[in-house]
Design a binder for this molecule. Structure first.
Ligand code: PHE
Length: 384
């Protein structure tokens, strides 16, 4: 791995690398400083902001914690058994035998409880070894909400006479809070269902599915925080007096659905044709563009003398006639008047690009050749 232009998180990774253990490829290391959840009007950032807007005002929003965490934080503190599959090097990116790229934002639960937080939402990039295709990417983003309550206070303010009554109230509060979050993200009427689920750090646990375009989508996992996790975060005494709930929600798939983005890899594109489509917090519908490379050709010519003999639109139209949809755009890049003859020269740049294939140089040359012949024949110009 190169340390050349590495950002702060990449530096942190590189400083801790044990080469005999580390299984992080360069293409993943190159993403650890991207922070798409904090990146302007990126769709992932917009989903985050819509969630933040729906949270109670007291919620502390935490969005800049490093994804470099200990195995203790990511697994042990949450009660993952020693032989749990997610600890394996085939599932998780290890930096050294005790340090990983977090596989979920739950890695911060105990740390944030220890820091005194009782109502927070963490947003962050998380990492799981996976194939890369249109719907899988080894880096994605999660939102994690946690809320703790003092049992005595809860019992008093809500008139709850037993542990069972407190449990039922907590479940209702968790589900109600999550519905608000999900409703803030999905426009319109929502149909949802709750299924029982399992996580080592919550009990009981549920997943929430949302019906969207006739398909049930798993949107999040949640549950009542396990007493052992509270003990690690708060200490035994405070843990006995406390209860709480937690949820974790993936942002990328929501962003794909809501912005109609067909491929997760587009989130990581540096192409301005992607980013220029997202300039507000609106859920605009993504307009696909070609993934094949452009090929430029320039043509310059002297215009025919005399007013009205030629108009730039004549050239644009002629280019369209010859190149059709293979021409992405045409731009007048230079205009020049000859000091002696007074003749005007135009130089156009034609950007050829196909939606279906990479155009060969020979093919683009042949199109450009046809265009050069046609401008002389049809527009009466003189090629330079
Ligand atoms: N961390 C879990 C996951 O990534 C989600 C979760 C968070 C479940 C909090 C329960 C409570 O799948």
């Amino acid at each position: 791995m190169e340390s050349g232009a590495a950002g702060p998180v990449a530096q942190e990774v590189l400083a801790a690398v044990d080469k005999s253990v580390c299984n992080i490829p360069d293409n993943v290391l190159a993403k650890v400083d991207a922070k798409l959840h904090n990146a302007g009007f990126h769709p992932i950032a917009t989903i985050k902001e819509r969630i933040v807007a729906a949270l109670p005002a007291e919620t502390v929003v935490v969005d800049a914690l490093s994804p470099v965490v200990s195995t203790a934080a990511n697994f042990d503190s949450l009660g993952f058994p020693a032989d749990h599959v997610s600890r394996s090097k085939s599932d998780t990116y290890y930096i050294n035998s005790e340090t990983v790229l977090r596989t979920h934002t739950s890695a911060h639960q105990v740390e944030l409880m220890r820091a005194g937080h009782r109502q927070y939402a963490v947003f962050g990039d998380v990492y799981r070894r996976d194939e890369i295709d249109a719907s899988h990417y080894p880096v994605f983003h999660q939102a994690e909400g946690v809320q703790l309550f003092d049992k005595e206070q809860l019992a008093a303010t809500h008139d709850l006479g037993s542990e069972a009554a407190i449990g039922a109230w907590l479940e209702a509060d968790l589900k109600g809070s999550l519905l608000k979050v999900v409703e803030s993200v999905f426009p319109g009427e929502l149909e949802v269902r709750w299924n029982e689920d399992y996580f080592p750090f919550t009990h009981p646990s549920w997943e929430l599915e949302v019906l969207y375009n006739d398909a049930w989508l798993e949107t999040l996992g949640c549950g009542i925080i396990h007493p052992d996790v509270l003990t690690r975060g708060l200490g035994a005494d405070a843990a006995k007096r406390s209860v709480g709930w937690a949820y974790g929600l993936g942002l990328d798939r929501l962003a794909m659905i809501l912005f109609n983005i067909p491929d997760v890899r587009l989130f990581w594109s540096t192409d301005e044709r992607f980013h220029n489509q997202f300039t507000s917090r609106e859920l605009v519908q993504f307009k696909p563009y070609s993934k094949y490379p452009p090929s430029y050709r320039d043509v310059s010519f002297w215009l025919p003398a005399g007013d009205g003999a030629y108009h730039v639109n004549d050239f644009y139209e002629l280019a369209r006639t010859i190149g059709g949809d293979l021409i992405e755009d045409v731009a007048l890049i230079d205009e020049f008047t000859h000091p002696k003859t007074g003749l005007v020269s135009h130089c156009f740049r034609i950007n050829y690009r196909s939606h279906d294939e990479t155009l060969t140089n020979e093919f683009v040359d042949s199109l450009q050749h046809k265009l050069r012949i046609a401008v002389v024949a049809d527009l009466g110009v003189e090629l330079r």
